[in-house]
Design a protein. Structure first.
Length: 433
């Protein structure tokens, strides 16, 4: 079979790219080894939408993407009866911490027009019911006496009222896939790409494990934690200045004590690098808790994403939920771990790669896991612009695409996401970017 574009990966990023390319009139075929759309790392996302990033491009992209989530049906062109994921606006408090000081990102907020409030410790305690505003930096392991020591200082926060979360991340990918299909995109699920084919110095398609061959002048690697493996099949990566690695991660589901008064329940998202966790409300009776890769914790790097244990571990559950309970003493630490496990696709500096490669026609949207779900609607447009302009003769390496955001009017230099970029030294070195 022949198509204009093959996209490898049917997660929220791959389906967004499919929608934007199909809208331009291209024939698009999406291939995924999973049996359903969004069954990989997308389904394990906590789907938090926040705007705190260490680069202008990161802040501007997240602020632009928020408008798409708020206008999701319009973005999709969805029929009235279609079941859609929803955007729940909760606000987010980014607690003060040395690796991500306010003055590093507030100028970007001002430039983008992101509303925010600066809180001191008294404001934090008054505005967020049940929170302990103590400063505990740096994070420590539970067996370390420092973890249990009383705080000797307090901290404040920056509050962004427009932050929140997407209620069903997997459904978001399904929504994008359905929209792409309405524009003619085809989805081949449950089959693996086993070869990326070349013709001379250009990509010419892929071979699938089921024996099918797809010829295409453009191939996009949006394979999440399998993106490194796909790059190897394509023979690309020699000129990458940042590397990609799969990392196992857990997000935990924690019940809110049923006897907790309504005015003590957690109703906003909190990014707490001071203790090494983040959390957001799931509903009236539960919160989700994840980690921010504190230096005291070993990171679970994987050679093979398929070997990741799918079950939350007692050790990681206890560490993350106990840290959350230190910040919110009303929380209790259940004896039985409950949550989801995903595999992130992580770059050295936690900044994604949206770019061409040294193989003409082969493009990558990689290093997205952990902090790029929120940007998915805009990533599709980033990649469509890069592909269109590169295929029409632009040297994206020498003169990177300049993207003009539709809602906010922000101008974003897509060279920020280059495979050849200098390492982002302003990165917190964590999922917070």
């Amino acid at each position: 079979m022949h198509t204009d574009v093959v996209i490898i990966g049917a997660g929220v990023v791959g389906t967004s790219i499919a929608l934007e390319l199909a809208r331009t009139g291209k024939t698009v075929t999406v291939v995924d080894k999973a049996g359903g759309v969004g069954h990989g790392s997308t389904s394990a996302s906590s789907a938090v939408v926040r705007f705190n990033f260490s680069t202008w491009a990161g802040v501007a992209a997240a602020w632009e993407a928020k408008h798409y989530w708020e206008n999701w049906a319009d973005h999709l062109g969805a029929p009235a009866a279609e079941a859609l994921t929803r955007y729940r606006r909760t606000g987010l408090a980014m607690l003060d911490v040395e690796p991500a000081p306010r003055d590093a990102y507030l100028p970007y907020f001002d430039r983008a027009g992101v509303p925010y409030e600066q809180w001191d410790a008294a404001d934090l305690a008054q505005r967020v019911a049940g929170i302990d505003p103590g400063r505990y930096w740096p994070p420590a392991r539970l067996e370390d006496d420092r973890f249990w020591a009383d705080a000797e200082d307090t901290l404040g926060a920056v509050f962004t009222p427009d932050a929140g979360y997407v209620t069903d991340p997997q459904l978001a990918a399904v929504n994008l896939a359905d929209a792409a299909a309405r524009h003619g995109a085809e989805f081949l699920l449950g089959t693996t790409v086993v070869a990326v084919l070349r013709s001379g110095d250009r990509v010419r398609g892929v071979d699938l494990a089921d024996g099918r061959h797809i010829s295409a002048p453009v191939v996009v690697n949006a394979a999440g934690p399998w993106s490194g493996r796909i790059n190897e099949l394509a023979g690309v990566g020699a000129d990458f200045t940042v590397s990609l690695r799969p990392m196992r991660q857990e997000v935990h589901h924690v019940p809110v004590p049923p006897d907790l008064p309504p005015d003590r329940k957690i109703r906003i998202a909190v990014a707490d690098m001071d203790l090494g966790v983040y959390l957001r409300p799931e509903n009236e009776s539960a919160v989700l808790v994840g980690g921010t890769e504190p230096e005291c914790d070993p990171l679970q790097w994987l050679d093979d994403p398929d070997q990741a244990s799918p079950y939350p571990s007692a050790e990681v559950f206890a560490a993350q939920v106990t840290r959350a309970a230190r910040r919110f003493p009303d929380l209790r630490v259940p004896h039985q771990p409950k949550g989801v496990v995903g595999v992130y696709d992580v770059t050295d500096d936690w900044t994604p790669i949206y770019d061409r490669t040294e193989l003409p026609g082969f493009y990558v949207a990689a290093g997205t896991s952990g902090n790029q779900f929120k940007n998915a609607p805009v990533i599709g447009q980033f990649m469509a612009e890069i592909i269109d302009q590169t295929e029409n003769g632009l040297d994206h390496d020498a003169a990177p695409v300049q993207f003009k955001a539709r809602y906010t009017g922000a101008e974003i230099d897509l060279g920020t996401f280059s495979r050849k970029r200098p390492r982002n030294e302003n990165s917190s070195g964590t999922v917070m970017g």
